[in-house]
Write a protein that binds this ligand. Sequence first.
Ligand SMILES: Nc1ncnc2c1ncn2[C@@H]1O[C@H](COP(=O)(O)OP(=O)(O)OP(=O)(O)O)[C@@H](O)[C@H]1O
Ligand SMILES: [Mg+2]
Length: 316
Amino acid sequence: MSTPERMRQFKEINTEISKAYLGRTTLVEYMLASLIAQGHLLLEGVPGVAKTTLVKAFAASLNIHFQRIQFTPDLLPADITGSYLFNMRDQAFDLRKGPLFANIVLADEINRAPAKTQSAMLEAMAEQQVTIEGERHPLPPPFMVLATQNPIEQEGVYPLPEAQLDRFLMKFQLGFPPRDIERAMLRTYRKTPESPAPVVDIQTILRWQHDVESVHVSEELEEYLLDLVAYTRNHRSILLGVSPRGTLGLLRAARALAFVRGRDYVVPDDIRAMAVPVMAHRLIIQPEAEMEGLRGEQIIQEALQRIVVLRRENPA
Ligand SMILES: Nc1ncnc2c1ncn2[C@@H]1O[C@H](COP(=O)(O)OP(=O)(O)OP(=O)(O)O)[C@@H](O)[C@H]1O
Ligand SMILES: [Mg+2]
């Protein structure tokens, strides 16, 4: 598939999504990059900023098997993985596959599920498989989880532990829209919005996931990326810096973003754009600094300001 053809598809996906969701186009770029990098994504935002709408629109623009799981405090692991049901006619147990058997899963309000159900979900995310009554079942690719959560402390929520946040390639905050976008929203959605139509199929997505592997990263940029990661590990306000999974994640995300932007090589801006979405949620901040309001995002911004890409004139 040629690059112009691919760029046309990306643009069309954007157009389809905008039938249901208006916002910054970078968000759609990042979602595509996450899909292409085979990563999962966490969307955080207060109620009513269109988290659910955005994920549904994204899935609708792709011709794939989509499932939505609404997390609630009484949801059991078997409700999402599936279970064996006894079939009277055949006198045998039939596997009734749960909603995790899909290509894109919307895990809506993931922080409302109890720990056991969250961990069934996280096994699926990390290992692309589910365990049902001790038996493993692989989940066919592409497999991507898009989870949403509401950051406001409420009764009956179970915040994801840091270790589980690490399973998400990216996390972003969905804030209130700028005034011009909100005005456009008022005008566009006076009537019931159209739903997005699918633009590409599974084969195309799998091809993108394969083709992104040939996006080139220079040694200079590898060093830049390692410097950014090291900054988080040596920071006095941080208890635990970015994990090696995060380092790899930043590389994969930056390559995928280059790919979505039509290049076969990574530029520093790809890494900069991905730094906060990929790294901020993986940091564990010192409790005192956290109490004073320090956030992971600020530390990553600080790293981006202080660290420069070094030219390596005479590579060793
Ligand atoms: N940027 C936007 N573009 C289009 N529609 C929007 C936008 N922001 C909000 N809306 C509209 O607001 C309503 C709420 O959206 P949605 O249910 O997706 O929010 P949510 O963030 O998932 O909320 P909750 O946390 O309560 O589940 C929908 O009707 C949606 O169309
Ligand atoms: Mg919602």
